[in-house]
Design a protein around this ligand. Sequence first.
Ligand code: NAD
Length: 447
Amino acid sequence: RWLPTEDEPRVALIGLGYVGLCLAATLSQRGLNVVGVDTNRRLVDELTAGDCPFVEPGLASLLLAGMAADRLSVTTDYSAVRSADVVLITVGTPVNDDGSLSEEQLHGACAELSKHIRRGQLLVLKSTVPPGTTGSLVLRLLERSGLTAGADFGLAVSPERLAEGTALHELKTLPMVVGGFDADSARDAAEFWRRALGVEVIEVGSLTAAEIVKLASNWWIDHNIALANELAKFCALYGVDSLDVIAAANTIPKGGGNVNILLPSVGVGGSCLTKDPWMVWHSARERGLDIVTAPTGRGVNESMPEYTAQLAFDQLTKLGKDPAASKVAVIGLTFKNNTGDLRATPTEHAVAALRRGCAEVALFDPLVDRDEAERLFAAPLATSVDEAVQDADCVAVFALHRELAGIDFGALPVADGCLILDGRAYYSPDQIASLRALGYHYCGVGR
Ligand code: NAD
């Protein structure tokens, strides 16, 4: 009912951030006509000039190809929405300090959309929101158009579940969750995703159920990493490598799969895992339920940058070096590998803690926007690994991007007996043995 029966649906995307751009590029690659709308004029100009604003493997070339083929265009002009059959909303949904939704972007997008949508369109929210937001705030704003959901336009929620660094692959492979305002909206949104991305669709009963699915995943991931982080601290008390424990513990069958404890690390960052558990906590609280696991997981994960810095101080001291006279080179500043995204990176806090105890902290990351990183860390970045690690007593690897995988440790100009601090369990036992053979000392979170 809300999709053209013969032609490919034309798509409008509202919000051209990580999610919006990856989706726009992928849909145009799949042969659909896509127009992206964003209120950020500078971003739209940059995209029009052929520049990709952030690092995501494969994205820049896909955007260029879509534009060259005239299947993808970007604009600040909301009137472009009128020609679309399907409108996808991918604006940011940060939280306030109390965990409540900061509504500004979503409110702005829906209020503006209400001036431009027309009868017959299908609107799908992809942003992560607290339960009930689509059925209340989004619906109320869209109906300012004078049109009625279910009668004049379709409305569905399909929360985006991609992970940065592997986003383009995941968009074409991850099952898409769909919850509809009514049965027609759900059916057509499901049909759209099958046709547009060729993915499996999981229909859940309602808009709210779909909203909760996304929160449930991120709540679980954050909490599971918190478990791995506490397990890492626990194993360290006994000198046991937590990765060995996790690998063995994960072989026990449970609930149709296996136990699946994730890996410990310097901390959890990015724009989703750091906020979505708070969305859960705040939403529950508003209805009188006190959720304990979400803030507990957050608390554990937020303790990891400090813990990691302390690990460096302890190991340097054991090696007979004075941390207060030592230099630490931090390699990889983003919240995980293979992305240039610095949002909520735990490395910010790890660097702050290292600075409190060390003589010097040098920084390097080949994927970040240099100006943004230098503002965040209030220091200039080195221009190469060699420059960063010159005479370093410790090299802390916190994000091992593909571009850094080939570091020749034998040729690095580090101080004698340099410590490698592995922030995310990057190095295998064989690699650790090779590092030791080169004269390095090794320690890692949970190792
Ligand atoms: P982002 O901050 O990178 O992008 C948001 C974009 O929306 C920006 O370009 C901004 O200029 C634009 N915008 C803001 N207000 C607007 C308006 N009124 N009209 C048009 N454009 C507007 O956000 P993101 O990381 O792409 O995340 C988008 C949503 O997807 C969020 O809800 C997030 O939680 C969710 N999500 C993100 C990821 C991820 O890895 N980044 C993964 C899954 C889901």
